[in-house]
Design a protein around this ligand. Structure first.
Ligand code: ZN
Ligand code: ZN
Length: 256
């Protein structure tokens, strides 16, 4: 599979770097059409997505949780799919946490209530689940983030890719990552602040520990706190993990 990094910024976009968003595509022979899944629609990612694919050609959209830095561009994706010169041939599967479509229509206004289902074929995630989209099999499970949030694993029959979404370390993420060749972890917590609430993000050290526990050969760090440089994040993860470790940058295209 091929993963294109649309943005890594947290918790708001910076010049040249959108919020959380990734385009995952199946690997196909030249001339064949890949299966394309947009994973998280953070602010700014719709514009980046269009460097690679027409939105109407998406096979599915998968949203980890409702926070704006992962969902905000769904609002304008609705406009793109409804009003662009070419719309989708059928509603695009939109897999996300329960209530997502209601939140969108509350923001977009009453006229969207009947129109959103013409654009999106919404499937709510409430626990463990899976769905086959074209040549890809998506599996998800609940992760720890203080709001309903999900991690994702995607297989193409030969390789497996896993994505944490925003999450604190948790056993369900390790389960999803088992057998994956690449684990993409959002390491949004710098570890500096003390807080009384339950953990909601990975630190870079946590990401290393999760990758080690899941025994994956490669860790990709993303959504790294602004106070941590990508090089420092990689070094901190490597203190707890011996596999290949890199930091994602916007525009990266990775074989996963
Ligand atoms: Zn979040
Ligand atoms: Zn986030």
């Amino acid at each position: 599979m091929r993963l294109t990094v649309l943005g890594t910024s947290t918790p708001y976009p910076r010049p040249g770097n959108a919020c959380s968003g990734y385009l995952l595509q199946s690997e196909v022979a030249s001339g064949e059409r890949p299966t394309s899944v947009w994973i998280d629609a953070g602010t700014g990612t719709l514009a980046e997505l269009q460097r690679h694919i027409h939105p109407a050609d998406l096979d599915a959209i998968w949203i980890s949780h409702r926070h704006a830095d992962h969902t905000a561009d769904l609002l304008v994706a609705y406009y793109a799919l409804r009003f662009a010169e070419r719309g989708p041939e059928h509603p695009i599967p939109l897999i996300g946490p329960e209530g997502l479509l209601d939140r969108m229509s509350a923001f977009l206004g009453p006229s969207s209530v009947g129109e959103l289902p013409r654009v999106f074929d919404f499937q709510a995630m409430s626990g463990w689940g899976d769905r086959t989209i074209g040549g890809l099999r998506l599996e998800w499970g609940p992760v720890q983030h203080g709001v309903p949030a999900f991690g994702l694993a995607v297989g193409d029959g030969s390789t497996r890719f896993a994505y944490s979404g925003d999450s604190a370390p948790c056993i369900s993420l390790e389960e999803l990552a088992e057998g994956a060749g690449t684990l993409l972890v959002e390491a949004g917590y710098d570890g500096a602040a003390t807080h009384d609430e339950a953990p909601a993000h990975h630190t870079p050290e946590d990401a290393g520990r999760t990758a080690a526990a899941a025994q994956v050969p490669r860790l990709v760090l993303t959504h790294i706190a602004e106070t941590v440089t990508p090089a420092d994040a990689v070094a901190r993860a490597l203190a707890h993990y011996a596999g290949e470790t890199i930091a994602a940058a916007p525009g990266d295209v990775l074989a996963v």
